[in-house]
Design a protein around this ligand. Structure first.
Ligand code: MRU
Length: 362
């Protein structure tokens, strides 16, 4: 695993990250220096995947703090309230973005409070100190993501065996996180153990994260991956080629209902029909206990050209009506287990979720 790509790093006053829209043809690196560039990179899906969006937004927030030229900690705090709302507006569904912004805002508050208490201190020096603390927090979010995803992978391994087939959707690997991925973490760790796992990757219409990103990164890692069109999932399941479906999540509501890339719900219906376990893998930062159920999750709708003109080539009649929700919600009844860094929650529902979240929040 040592030679895995490091898709996001903050170095020399800039955020350096792989431009996911260029893959797999070109491995191009973006160098982002302003919060506006970070916002656009998230909105245009140059970086995507719930944990990756959270990390990048956290760095963007710290970068905005550095360039705010605030004279006092109080002034900095006021400016960052606007930055938080701005970054949160980049994409609506993945709760990790909002989680990261809440966390950065809480750290801002506590650092500014501490700075205020230092009577006679040079206020500009205090601002610099707060900014340094915000970069530390962004780095902590990234480091914790790596540890959490590795733990998710270890927990996924308890549900896997050598020689099995796994179907996955969208991209939940290195590119979507800091290193190990979520649903792909078990596959990386299984490979590290010398197990053979045959992965079937849905191409994932309309933006093709499966074809462009998952197929690419699993191939790079030397894992047996077969690309299929989304509408081939039932055939692969009926033919007995897969013994589990493993997907990620963008937001998990209090009752276990899970928003993930459009097409996930259909896979869960199919998996239940064929008696194949359907696993959701996600860190706790994807849990949104303030949202009671899937019906309350805001689903992003994206530009119709993703469907009518994929990758710049018109494939549909002019003026055709288009509906392009980027995510769907899988009802918790269809989920065999949610796999987190703190363990596996079988058959998640409100009671199971409450007991589990009660344990880790206390
Ligand atoms: O629109 P995207 O590509 O950001 O959607 C990403 C997904 O739906 C992933 O499956 C999910 O974020 C899990 S990422 C580890």
């Amino acid at each position: 695993m040592a030679d895995m790509i490091e898709p996001i790093r903050y170095t020399e006053d800039r955020l350096v990250m792989i431009d996911q829209t260029q893959l797999p043809e070109t491995v191009a690196w973006l160098q982002l220096e302003t919060v506006e560039e970070v916002w656009h990179a998230i909105r245009e899906m140059r970086v995507r995947g719930a944990p990756a969006i959270a990390m990048v937004a956290a760095y963007g927030y710290a970068m905005a703090a550095r360039s705010a030229q605030a004279k006092t900690p109080m002034e900095l705090q006021a400016r960052l309230a606007t930055v938080k709302t701005y970054l949160e507006s980049a994409r609506p569904t993945a709760v990790n973005l909002f989680w990261a912004m809440e966390r950065m805002a809480a750290v801002t508050l506590s650092l500014c409070d501490e700075a205020q208490k230092l009577a006679h201190a040079d206020e500009r020096q205090m601002v610099k100190w707060v900014v340094a603390g915000l970069f530390d927090e962004a780095r902590a979010i990234q480091a914790e993501d790596e540890t959490s995803c590795r733990a998710i992978g270890e927990n996924l391994l308890t549900l896997m065996h050598d020689g099995m087939g796994v179907l996955t959707h969208c991209n939940t690997g290195t590119l979507a996180t800091s290193k190990y991925g979520t649903a792909l973490a078990g596959m990386y760790l299984a490979h590290e153990r010398g197990w053979h796992i045959a992965v079937f990757a849905d191409e994932t219409r309309p933006v093709l994260q499966g074809a462009r990103l998952t197929a690419w990164e699993l191939q790079q890692a030397g894992i047996d991956v077969t690309l299929i069109c989304d509408n081939m999932a039932a055939t692969v399941m009926a033919q007995g080629k897969v013994q589990a479906v493993m997907v990620g999540a963008d937001r998990i509501a209090a009752n276990g209902d899970t928003a993930n890339k459009i097409g996930t719900h259909g896979l869960a219906v199919l998996a239940n029909h064929f008696g194949i376990p359907f696993y959701v893998a996600a860190p706790l930062s994807t849990f949104d206990l303030a949202t009671p159920n899937g019906a309350a999750i805001v689903i992003e709708e994206r530009d119709e050209r993703e469907i009518t003109e994929p990758f710049g080539k018109r494939i549909a009649p002019a003026e055709i009506q288009v509906y392009n929700p980027a995510f769907d919600v899988t009802p918790h009844e269809l989920i065999s287990a949610i796999v987190t860094e703190r363990g596996v929650l079988p058959r998640p529902d409100l009671a199971v979720m409450s007991a589990f979240t009660g344990r880790w929040s206390s």
